[in-house]
Design a protein around this ligand. Sequence first.
Ligand SMILES: Nc1ncnc2c1ncn2[C@@H]1O[C@H](COP(=O)(O)OP(=O)(O)OP(=O)(O)O)[C@@H](O)[C@H]1O
Length: 595
Amino acid sequence: MRTRTALFRLSHYGRPHVGVLVAAFACMVVLGLGTGAYAYLMGPALGFLLSGGTEGFSGAHAVPWLSTLPREAALWGFPVVVIAVGVFKGVGYLGQFYFMGLFAQRVVRDLRRDLFLRLTALSPSQLSRERTGDLLSRFSTDMTAVEWAAMYTVGSYLRDTLQVIVLAGVALAMSPLLGALMLAVIPLAALPASRLTRKALRGTREGQAQLGQLAGQLHEGLGGLRTIQAFNGQAAELERFSAHTKAHEEAVVSAAWARGGVPGLMEVLAAAALAGALAYTAATRAMEPEALLSLLTAVILVYQPVKDLGRVTQFAMQAGAAGERLFALLDLRHPVEDGPGAVAAPPLAQSLRFEDVHFSYGARRALEGLTLELPVGKVTALVGPSGGGKSTVASLLLRFEKPQSGRVLLDGVDADRYLAATVRAQFALVTQEPLLFSGSVLENLRFARPEATLEEVEAAARVAHADGFIRELPQGYDTRLGERGVTLSGGQRQRLCIARAVLSRAPVLVLDEATSSLDPESEREVQSALAAVLPGRTALVIAHRLSTVTGADITHVVEAGRIVESGHHLDLLRAGGRYAALWNLQTVGSERGAA
Ligand SMILES: Nc1ncnc2c1ncn2[C@@H]1O[C@H](COP(=O)(O)OP(=O)(O)OP(=O)(O)O)[C@@H](O)[C@H]1O
């Protein structure tokens, strides 16, 4: 996406807050008029000083009503006018900053909300293609770039353009010829300035991309600290990190170089124009000194907003580059979107069925004509070698993905006909990595069903064999978990997740390798919890270790995206096929491990 398109799309975020912008603009008008008044008053001020306060208001551009006052009043009148203009400008400044700050915060608030919504609505496979740190940097660095542009660029474009118009008006009123000549410098500077600005943009964009890379590496590094230290990998990591910091530095320095060029150029051209005006007026004596002073003040003052316009254009560019990265995320669409006539799925009554389902992640095939039935009230297990496609089955069930061909049927109805959220509501998922949020135990459990009563929460915890250890925590169910809260063992965390799943009352429980990352002791605890939870429930249990699912009503062996064998544990053992081979492999492996 082009930077300009990104800026245009960012401007949509400003539209709902145009009222705030109008209020800011009103303050800027006050400010602009105040600045124009200062320039205008410079000439009379000179007359006022030179005459000891008597003739300040006479001459070509005096303040007419003040010149009619008696001397005593006039002596005070002029300073009072100066103070009044100052107060006028002060109020303008204050209001302008307040309203522009408000505007910027509202724009960024809306953008953050949209980004959060989009991120939390991505499918896991879309998310796995992005680096977490890079995503976080879009929330921080890129969002800050947008905030600055909304605050300073929009404000400056309004305020400085207005000031340029007012001051140019004052200059032209003093001397149309000289004023026009001096103002002509501004468009002269435009072409080289736009070149420099483009160069700065390239540097800015590269710098932001490198910052994203840095954040990504930092996030990965912190997540894998044990591995990095265990392999003494700090030096290699530092090298990678330094390469990114160096690339970032080079990009930012080249942008700074180009950015500095714009005001530098303006400064030189402005000085040349001023020098020319001084020389011309001294030689020709074409103007009164008072009028010349007002003209020079207006022109000197006009260059500042012009320089500012160049400077804040950099913020717009940074925002444009940030916008490109933000919209790249905002434009991602979940692979499963609700069709136009989609309706809410009723609670599952009989069965779930996969019918000749094919699915690939890009070019990587995961399911190749998988057909599978999950009867209600039964525990179905999926086992098989790593990469066989078991987790993909769970992803398709929960509508994280949809089949490229074949169908997923809920009580005989294609899941495509239902609203994805209502299909998801049929399932309570427990994954390998037990996810608990920072918050109390109670809040974590109620995440599944916020309206659940305390009794219901406790009952679910009892079923999942979690009630006992929760009561032993310092504040029981109110104990805070996560950062700066208590730390739980893997088994305890997993039992909380199971309790949460039980509390959800979803018709189907999906356990995706729920015990595979646990130590044997924790695994035993979780297994005993599951033994209490599973009987009589509709459940899909995905497992590596066959020993963990021997109690399932039916077990399917998934290999290369298909079901290659199905049956009860004992029947499968007797059949002597793939299941028996896997069983032998694992039991021999674990016996060796035990020996
Ligand atoms: N997000 C993804 N992007 C690309 N390929 C993927 C993705 N997730 C899984 N795959 C690929 O799809 C295939 C099936 O993966 P899946 O995770 O379903 O297998 P699995 O049987 O659950 O494996 P495991 O037991 O190791 O979790 C594998 O080849 C895997 O590499």
